[in-house]
Design a protein around this ligand. Structure first.
Ligand code: ARG
Length: 479
């Protein structure tokens, strides 16, 4: 008979027992559940609701169960329905009546919300650390790239030359915004629902501040109905994961392109590529593709939870049991993606010569040639048209605008002097874009300082985060 079996005459069927169980998922929250129960028991004793001896027995019993789970010596039984019943049931088997007093003034509804919030905080913090590590790797790669230039693109067409470092730092900025979203998700989870009981609060004189403090929560949730039914903090976490996964998919796509024969801009290390079982020559960017692919999974996780909570009346509904699998999946998937991406970025070889070799294609200097005319008095629109015609001529002869004879320029406009060749100099083109946020080496250096200051500032926020109950690893591999 289940722990709630008193008002029932029959047991649930095997089918519904398995269908209704969340144990395969929420057993990954065993540490959070045990921490929550220990905090609750200590508070019950402090408030004189249970005896100190009972609280001590509960604490010791829970410690023993946790040690057994960590050691792989705890057998989970699907008939326990969820992690809360599994642990409470085992506790009572071990310590007797005291175990039966643990659930005083508590419901699984506030219990599961507590466990899930503790888990969300741990997951968000882990992702924040990984996010910082990848940003460091991008900065290192940008520094290593020095003044290497490549064709900057729009519409995947050669547009204007840019520093490779500039391109890499663009991803560091995306990840900086992702960090802000993760931090917000952490804050959203950082409130204690414990003490809300089933939905309405309880008649026992609980000290909600005490349990919140013991568990590392910064505050208490003020409405008991909201406390047991709010899953916004998971939506926030999964949204943060989704946007970050989208960013990683974009970088992955660049890596797939850059490592292709057509581009050849980078060579992935052997540790981060795979071969083919039939084509001996192949070296595939599998892991970049896989990160790109996993983005769909993470976004799917977010959509699943959004649809699950849509239209739910207050307060707890069993639908909410479907909240944890997607959140754990999104966070774990992204954790892996972040470390694999970091490995790829830190071990690739940059083929600067190859980047330069393709720069004579696509008329990368065209804007600067038009600027040359505009700076000599021609309205920019007119200059644009003149250079457009020069590009057309170059296309017809199959050369780059920079390879046209000087006479062609002189014929096109009196304003062209022989010094127009200066406008073809790709390094000078890059160096001239000194506007704030531009691609000139001096501007990129200034930008790099800001990226690094942002990383340092975010690192400092890690120290200021409220304490977390780390995810247990004992049951992780089976997820
Ligand atoms: N296994 C449940 C969940 O994950 C715990 C809460 C169940 N509460 C209830 N009244 N059925 O949501």
């Amino acid at each position: 008979m289940a722990l709630w079996g008193g008002r029932f005459e029959d047991s649930v069927s095997e089918l519904t027992q398995e269908f209704g169980a969340s144990l395969p998922v929420d057993r990954h929250l065993y540490r959070q559940d045990i921490a929550g129960s220990k905090a609750h028991a200590a508070m019950l004793a402090a408030q004189g609701i249970i005896s100190d001896e009972d609280a001590q027995a509960i604490r010791a019993g829970l410690d023993g169960i946790e040690a057994d789970i960590e050691a792989g010596a705890f057998t989970f039984d699907i008939n326990d329905e969820d992690i809360h019943m599994a642990i409470e049931g085992e506790l009572t088997r071990r310590i007797g009546a005291a175990g039966g007093r643990l659930h005083t003034g508590r419901s699984r509804n506030d219990q599961v919300a507590t466990d899930t919030r503790l888990a969300a905080k741990a997951l968000a913090r882990g992702l924040m650390e990984q996010n910082l590590a990848l940003r460091h790797a991008l900065v290192d790669a940008a520094k290593a790239a020095g003044t290497t230039i490549l064709p900057g693109m729009t519409h995947l067409q050669h547009a204007q030359p840019v520093l490779f470092a500039h391109q890499l730092l663009a991803y560091a900025w995306m990840l900086a915004r992702d960090y802000t979203r993760l931090h917000a998700a952490f804050d959203a989870a950082d409130a204690s629902p414990l003490g809300a009981a089933a939905l309405a609060g309880t008649t026992y004189p609980l000290d909600r501040q005490m349990t919140a403090y013991t568990l590392g929560f910064s505050r208490v949730i003020e409405n008991s109905l909201d406390a047991v039914s709010d899953r916004d903090f998971l939506l926030d976490l999964e949204y943060a994961c989704s946007v970050m996964a989208v960013h990683l998919s974009r970088l992955s796509e660049e890596i797939v392109l850059w490592s292709s024969q057509e581009f050849g801009f980078i060579t992935l290390s052997d540790a981060f590529s795979t071969g083919s079982s039939i084509m001996p020559q192949k070296k595939n960017p599998d892991f970049a593709e896989l990160i790109r692919g996993k983005c769909g999974r993470v976004v799917g996780d977010l959509v699943q939870l959004l649809v699950t909570v849509k239209g739910l009346p207050l307060a707890y509904n069993k639908d909410l049991q479907e909240d944890k699998e997607s959140a754990l999946d999104a966070a774990h998937t992204l954790e892996q993606c972040l470390s694999v991406m970091r490995g790829m970025v830190s071990t690739w070889t940059v083929n600067a010569d190859r980047m330069r070799a393709v720069m004579h294609r696509g008329h990368l200097a065209a804007t600067d040639v038009a600027d040359y005319l505009a700076k000599r008095g021609m309205p920019f629109r007119e200059a644009h048209a003149v250079v457009g015609h020069l590009v057309l001529e170059a296309e017809k002869t199959g050369c780059d605008i920079s390879e046209l004879p000087l006479e062609t320029f002189h014929e096109a406009s009196d304003l062209f002097g022989d010094d127009v060749v200066g406008a073809f100099d790709l390094d000078a083109i890059v160096a001239a874009r000194t506007t704030q946020g531009g691609t000139a080496p001096v501007a990129v250096e200034a930008q790099m300082a800001k990226v690094e200051a942002g990383i340092a500032a975010d690192e400092a926020t890690l120290d200021a985060l409220s304490p977390v109950v780390k995810m247990g690893t004992a049951t992780r591999s089976v997820l």
